[in-house]
Ligand binder design. Structure first.
Ligand code: ADP
Ligand code: MG
Length: 554
């Protein structure tokens, strides 16, 4: 038990660092069990991995706070943040997460018991064990944080309940969208601007709070907050216009993150979008593997077949075209596009350019001619930020103008403006069904049988075996642990046979979703002791699509 652990650590003090290995196993403490799952080989190796299990009768968490998967995830999100505050900063590595409340391996509430998984740098003086410091950390600091942070009696119960209820409201709001015919909702009073590009916390003071235009105002009844109002973004094609610096991109970014739940106080608790919302952007240099980009690209000067298009180094426009087709293939229901990160020549081709450059000299069909077919033929809605091209007024179901951070509906006015012909003609008849690609499992997992390394480099890149996957342009990756989760999910697809060389990519993702089900953490945890977050299918698809070793069978 724990006194044996303390004795052992005192005995090890001054010994060779490698002797820490003997700690592996379970140690019983008065209020929890400590499992030393992996011991680092030396002080410079990745941290050792610990698990702490607090039994239900010690934690005494009220059942109504963890009965449903959403509430259990929210409660775990609250608990891990409490322990994170209580643990000393130095030496422990607890994955508490940021502004989003994600399905995270670092803390789980399972039938009332709490499982906490964390890293720890076992202390040493050079390569010599510092047993006293280890005893302080494992036998005093960690147990104190666990006792204060994971037991109902010690918690701020009102705050805990409010956290869980808030997340459940967010989830209920998102689930209410389809019935209301909406793809997104932004509550009145929401705070959208962030501190900075690298700090996702709300702008201090909050800036101008969101206020819905009356014509788009929708009322929703939530389980805890009751009635809330805000701007509903209906299905179809929605345009966000307005002058530079008036808050267009900030609104779109909030919709991007609306697939996730946010912590109370974030300002985006009631900003939601459909779960299958995918941000699209240009990403020159990316890999593209056998994608049918023919709705957008035809007659390349090279004569390449654009129904079966591959490149190691896509241009801005072809990368964006491929990303749109891939998103549709993976089951996106909503696309988000911001002019700031889009390829202009894929977005627009105005009347004058049409007059100057004949269609047979121009391989690209602009998005403006495909955004309606995308909705009509595939049921995929689009929300677009466009401040610079009036051609989109012809194809928008509604137009919202951001005016000094306040949205105003200007659809009527836009119709009047669009009534004056520009002389532009439509270039496309439609958006056919993309070819159904079948990925080759051997190309995804090069080493068969052996251990395949999965490592995140921040939010930017995934190392999968010998390959690096660049995820910098996959903007809905918000957390480094998601990157690890994406890698684990890809391996799971291969090893569980979801990716079997006959299934299409969409079928692989369906099988993955079914497999991960309500308890994806347990499924993915089988192969790792590291921290991870259960990813969405769209980010898994994005990583597969960017994998430079990927081969597609047809
Ligand atoms: P646009 O895309 O229209 O050019 P942005 O969305 O990039 O504008 O916003 C411009 C600046 O205004 C950013 O620094 C952003 O943080 C800030 N901002 C956005 N929305 C608000 C708001 N509601 N209140 C205060 N500042 C805001
Ligand atoms: Mg912008």
């Amino acid at each position: 038990d724990h006194t044996a652990l303390a004795d052992e650590l005192r005995r090890l003090d001054g010994g060779r660092y490698g002797q820490y290995r003997g700690l592996t196993g379970r140690w019983r403490f008065p209020g929890h069990v400590l499992e030393v799952a992996r011991v680092q080989a030396d002080p410079y190796a990745p941290p050792s991995r610990l698990a702490v299990v607090v039994p239900a009768e010690v934690a005494e968490l009220p059942e109504d706070l963890w009965r449903t998967p959403v509430r259990a995830r929210a409660l775990a999100g609250y608990l891990v943040r409490q322990v994170g505050r209580l643990l000393p900063e130095h030496g422990f590595r607890l994955d508490v997460g940021g502004q989003e409340v994600l399905d995270r391996s670092s803390c789980r509430v399972e039938d009332g018991r709490v499982v906490l998984r964390l890293g720890m740098d076992l202390p040493g003086r050079g390569r010599v064990i510092d047993g006293r410091a280890a005893e302080r950390m494992l036998c005093r600091e960690l147990p104190a944080a666990v006792a204060e942070g994971l037991r109902w009696a010690a918690l701020d119960q009102g705050e805990a309940r409010a956290f869980v209820d808030s997340v459940e409201d967010t989830d209920a709001l998102r689930r209410a969208l389809p019935e209301l015919g909406l793809v997104a909702f932004v509550a009145d009073g929401a705070v959208l601007p962030r501190r900075s590009g690298v700090d996702d916390r709300p702008l201090p003071g909050g800036g101008v709070p969101f206020a819905s235009p009356e014509s788009l105002r929708v009322e929703v009844e939530l389980p805890h907050r009751g009635r809330v109002t805000g701007m509903g973004v209906p299905e179809g094609v929605s345009l966000v216009v307005g002058g530079g610096f008036h808050g267009k991109s900030t609104l779109l970014r909030a919709l991007e993150k609306g697939v996730y739940d946010h912590v109370p106080g974030d300002g985006r608790e009631l900003v939601v979008s459909l779960p299958d919302t995918v941000k699209i952007r240009a990403e020159d240099g990316r890999r593209v593997t056998r994608v049918d980009v023919s709705p957008f690209v035809a007659h390349l000067p090279t004569g390449a077949d654009t129904t079966d298009f591959s490149t190691d180094n896509a241009s801005g426009s072809t990368s964006q075209a491929a990303s749109i087709v891939e998103a549709v293939e993976a089951g996106a229901r909503v696309l988000l596009v911001d002019e700031d990160t889009a390829a202009t020549n894929l977005m627009i081709r105005d009347a004058r350019m049409q007059a100057l450059v004949a269609k047979d000299r121009e391989p690209l069909t602009p998005f403006v001619d495909l955004v309606r077919p995308l909705h009509r033929q595939h049921g995929v809605s689009t929300v677009l930020v466009v401040g610079g091209s009036g051609d989109y007024l012809d194809v928008a179901d509604r137009v919202v103008m951001m005016d000094a951070y306040r949205p105003v509906e200007v659809t009527e006015r836009a119709r009047e403006v669009a009534a004056t012909p520009t002389g532009r003609h439509v270039e496309s008849a439609g958006f056919g069904s993309p070819r159904r690609r079948v990925p080759d499992p051997d190309s995804v997992e090069a080493e068969s049988g052996g251990r395949v390394r999965v490592r995140a480099r921040g939010r930017d890149a995934l190392t999968l075996g010998e390959t690096d996957v660049d995820l910098r342009a996959v903007e809905q990756v918000v957390d480094p642990s998601q990157v690890t989760g994406i890698g684990l999910a890809i391996l799971r697809c291969v090893r569980a046979g979801h990716l079997d060389g006959t299934a299409t990519l969409a079928e692989v993702l369906d099988r993955l979703d079914a497999d991960l089900g309500a308890d994806g953490v347990s499924v993915l945890a089988e192969r790792t002791l590291d921290d991870f977050v259960v990813p969405r299918r769209h980010e898994v698809a994005a990583a597969l699509n960017r994998l430079r070793t990927l081969r597609v069978r047809k």
